[in-house]
Structure formats: C-alpha cells, structure tokens
Design a protein around this ligand. Structure first.
Ligand code: COA
Length: 184
C-alpha cells in the first residue's frame, strides 16, 4: 500500500460560539431550528475545508434531532471535528450545546454528522488527506462513522424495495389502520 499523507484530528478541530439574539426566534419565542442548522453547516465547512485544504460541499446530514429548545439570550456553542475520511468525503461530527449566561445551565441540543465532499477547481471530487487517529475516542468515532455509512447504505437499499409503488388495493389493505381515507 502506498504511503499517504495523514493529518491529525486536532489540526482541523473547530469551535464556534454565538449569542442567540431576538431576531433568531420563532413565533413561540424559541430559536429557529434553521438558525442552528446554518451554524452547523458553517462549522462543518470550516472543519472539512481545513482538513482537505480544498473547497467542500455538504453532501448529506445524519441526523438532526433537537433534544432541547434554545432560548433567546443563551450562548450556543458548536464543537466540530473530522470523524472519518473516505476518498473525497469526510464526516464531520458536530456537538451543539446551549448555555444560560446567568445560571450557567448547559443543555446538549444535538449531535449530528455532516458528510462533506472536497472538490477541485473543476468541481470534481478530489482526494482528501487520511486521518491520524491519536486517541481511543478518535478511533471509536472513525469506526462508528464507518459503520454508520454501511448502515445507511443498507437502509437505502431496503428503502428502495419498501417504497416500490403499489396498487390501490395494496394501499387500501396496507393503510387500513391509519388515520386516512382512500376516496378516488
Ligand atoms: C455530493 C456530490 C459532491 C456527489 O457527487 P458525485 O459526482 O455523485 O460524486 P461521487 O459519486 O464520486 O461521490 C463522491 C463522494 O461523495 C460521497 N457521497 C456522494 N453522495 C453522498 C451522500 N448523499 N451522502 C454521503 N456521501 C455521499 C460518496 O460516497 C463519495 O465518497 P468517497 O469519495 O469518500 O468514496 C454532488 O452530488 C454535489 O455536488 N451535490 C451538491 C452539494 C451541494 O451543493 N451542497 C450544498 C447544498 S445547498
């Protein structure tokens, strides 16, 4: 096997803290999920581009479950690192926490995995450096990202079969216990 350039996880580790201002709020007075997503996309780009030394695009996001609402006036911090690299793709793991400035109460908002793809000047996927794993935790994250990728592929294949179009009789049978009516 040819020797290849590896960069340590620490090289591209990135953090970002932002104050949640009133204009970020929804009608319920909580912070819009989209604001958090935009911050996540930003930090995913910075982390991936640092590792790849190249322009990167977001290919997919796995997955976004908001565990706690974020309030106006709180500090939201994002911690990101490259968890896995393929050929041109990288998985950036992002942990989001919110902190109440007065009480210092910290909530874990979500953890998500962004798959980014490095591109060359001609917009073609380009090889990224390997990842130097220096701790047990970094090794665990790389392994788990690899398994998640396999599971996703498996799930996508299953989904294709499961979602194949059916007949109206089949839908009538399959949906008989659901809260819907078929009325053609
Ligand atoms: C994502 C994208 C680069 C894939 O391009 P492609 O020509 O299909 O590239 P390939 O099939 O050669 O795949 C390149 C890599 O991306 C990975 N990839 C492609 N689609 C993916 C997806 N949906 N999820 C995760 N990884 C994906 C492949 O596994 C491959 O990884 P590897 O090089 O590490 O083995 C391309 O579809 C694209 O540019 N999409 C738009 C991205 C964008 O604009 N994002 C911002 C949204 S506003």
């Amino acid at each position: 096997m040819e020797p290849f350039i590896c960069k340590p996880v620490s090289y591209s580790k990135t953090s970002l803290t932002e104050l949640m201002i009133p204009s970020y709020a929804n009608f319920g007075g909580k912070i819009h999920g989209g604001v958090i997503l935009a911050l996540m996309d930003k930090i995913a780009y910075v982390t991936a581009a640092k590792h790849a030394d190249a322009y990167c695009v977001t290919a997919s996001i796995d997955k976004v479950n908001f565990l706690q609402p974020v309030e106006v006036g709180e500090l939201v911090s994002l911690l990101a690192s490259v968890n896995y690299v393929g050929h041109s793709s990288l998985v950036v793991g992002i942990k989001v926490i919110s902190e109440n400035i007065k009480t210092h109460l910290v909530n874990h908002t979500n953890t998500s995995y962004f798959t980014m793809v490095a591109k060359d000047e001609n917009n073609r996927p380009v090889l990224v450096p390997g990842l130097l794993l220096e701790t047990l935790e970094e090794s665990r994250r790389f392994y788990q990202a690899l398994r998640r990728k396999e599971l996703k592929k498996h799930y996508q294949d299953e989904e294709k079969q499961m979602l194949a179009p059916g007949t109206i009789n089949e839908y009538t049978r399959l949906l008989q216990k659901e809260r819907c009516k078929i009325q053609l």
